[in-house]
Design a protein around this ligand. Sequence first.
Ligand code: ADP
Ligand code: K
Length: 446
Amino acid sequence: MLFQPEIERMPLAQLRKLQDARLRQQVEYVYHRVPFYRAKLDALGVHPSSFNGLADITKLGFTRKADFRDNYPFGLFAVPQPEVARLHCSSGTTGKATVVGYTAQDLTIFAEVVARSLAAAGCRPGMKLQNAYGYGLFTGGLGIHYGAEKLGLTVIPVSGGGTDRQLQLLQDFRPEIICATPSYAQVLAEEMQRRRISHNFINLQYAALGAEPWTETIRQQVESGLHVRATNIYGLSEIMGPGVSQEDVDEQGTGSYIWEDHFLPEVVDKDSGEPVAEGELGVLVFTTLTKQAMPILRYWTNDITNIYYGESRSRTHVKMGPIRGRADDMLIIRGVNFFPTQVEDILSGLDHVSPYYQVVVSRRGSLDEVKVSVEISEELMRRLELDAVTEAAVQQHDCLRNLQGACAKKIKDNIGLSMQVQLVGFGQLPRSEGGKLSRVQDLRNL
Ligand code: ADP
Ligand code: K
């Protein structure tokens, strides 16, 4: 289902015209309203009167996370405070919280793009949605909430965490849709299984998952554990919140539509900042086209992905691939670059391991060391009659020693780095408590 078919299927030529007009307006708007942008554009020699729309986009420089910090809290706002209807902060995974603001019109558009997203995820008016995204300063909870209401869903605003209550509501209220971080959806799937809650007792059909990178392995686990079709929802506070892009449930695995009538995407080379060819990987950059409270020109997201147009599509808007990691998440170990999600991809190809892992980077002398903790599957623990997995247990059981060796070898072969692999028992690694799960610890610069 399409929530706004006339926009979602707008012919590309018309969409470009709309973007071009909106971009010119947005540049003019920030020039006159945000001293930070006036100074920046003056320094770049860009003036609204001679700015040539989409053709001139690369002349606008970049806005970075540090610019939000330097202008904390309200320095980037384009409207007087009484016109700001709501404030949010990013979850602050990287440094001081980023403050963002919305006018009433911004909130209407936010709800519309989320409604489009939920419709693409499979939701229909009249269905019930359990919202397990955190409510509060984080954009996820309220962002999904108002979008779901706009689409005509019945919202169950349970927020993140509280697994007992989540499972109870899934059985008692029988929602068709759940929204959560993928790591928390994994926890719910696992708990359903552990408590032997039959799928007959719940009524879920769809899950829209986002706020952190995830993989096809996690998708399979959540889909079979919760009996849903799971799609990707992507977004970021600086641009809006969740619902900047969304995967269509009938086009799973082919990328997520970016709602480009509001959010103009580019992908640029992470070193040179130059645009890359369509489909090539690089840093995703967004320019807001309609924001009133906090318009942003060319925001450097640090998210690594690609964007492309393709065939057999229900909408005309551009698609983005899965986030491969953040440019600032990339680890450089002994000169080798890698994303922690590569470890996950490797482990997913091995039997007898659970999807949980943890990467710890430390420095001994001047050498970086990486230790990967890998959980063995519940089934193997049972077979070996183990309650926990210790180094002694690994030495005792050939199959554990072989598994450890196989993990280390596959990592070495695929990433080109030797990492120390430690096997731990199922359930020994931290689970998400309703929010994001950090699988990487970098202790090198502490
Ligand atoms: P932060 O997590 O930086 O505090 P936000 O809460 O605004 O700030 O989160 C935005 C970031 O979360 C994105 O830039 C991206 O790195 C990540 N993210 C959001 N949705 C997804 C998704 N579906 N897949 C991968 N990463 C995502
Ligand atoms: K996030």
